[in-house]
Design a protein around this ligand. Structure first.
Ligand SMILES: CC(C)(COP(=O)(O)OP(=O)(O)OC[C@H]1O[C@@H](n2cnc3c(N)ncnc32)[C@H](O)[C@@H]1OP(=O)(O)O)[C@@H](O)C(=O)NCCC(=O)NCCS
Length: 149
């Protein structure tokens, strides 16, 4: 497996729109069509395609948030295409994104949120070191990975 995160461009955005989760999971995540539209009009949102070698398998989107002095990353979206799930891509993509965000200075944490009941996401984020903040934002549980001790 060779997982990389790549920019969405003129050449791959249509393929990105075609990456979809299973019908039973659409409650957990917005479609890539929605996310790409959001990233155009909310340009602080940075969308990336998840590739295994040359095959697009999923999508992530993140943004920088400024709380006064402290800057924080927020992972706005994560999904792996229905046909590509349970192969380790979600974990590998999150690991790659965390590494990318860690390499930029001046940020104290990465936040991520998910709908209560999304046990797979909850377990994945906990395994990666995210902790429950106890906060709910727009009905979603907010988890936090500290970047500075
Ligand atoms: C959450 C999601 C990104 C995980 O991606 P993935 O590539 O399937 O996950 P991985 O293969 O890396 O597996 C991560 C862990 O979750 C477990 N897992 C993944 N899918 C599972 C399933 N359907 N049932 C039970 N466990 C599952 C894996 O076994 C693995 O656990 P382990 O490391 O202890 O073995 C994917 O399920 C998804 O896109 N879901 C729909 C969208 C969503 O909920 N996004 C998150 C919104 S915040």
């Amino acid at each position: 497996m060779a997982v990389t995160l790549r920019e969405i461009t003129r050449d791959n955005w249509r393929e990105c729109v075609d990456i979809r989760v299973d019908a039973s999971q659409t409650q957990f995540v917005a479609s890539n069509m929605f996310s790409l539209a959001q990233s155009k009009y909310e340009p602080e949102c940075i969308p990336l395609a998840i590739y295994d070698d040359e095959q697009m398998v999923g999508f992530v989107m993140y943004k920088s948030e400024d709380y006064g002095l402290a800057k924080t990353w927020f992972i706005e979206r994560l999904l792996i295409g229905a046909d590509h799930q349970k192969k380790g891509y979600g974990r590998a993509a999150m690991t790659a994104l965390i590494e990318r965000l860690r390499s930029q200075h001046g940020y104290n944490a990465i936040l991520i949120s998910f709908i209560p009941g999304n046990d797979i996401a909850q377990k994945l984020y906990s395994d990666l070191g995210f902790k429950d903040t106890g906060e709910l934002e727009e009905g979603e549980l907010v988890y936090r990975l500290a970047l500075i001790d």
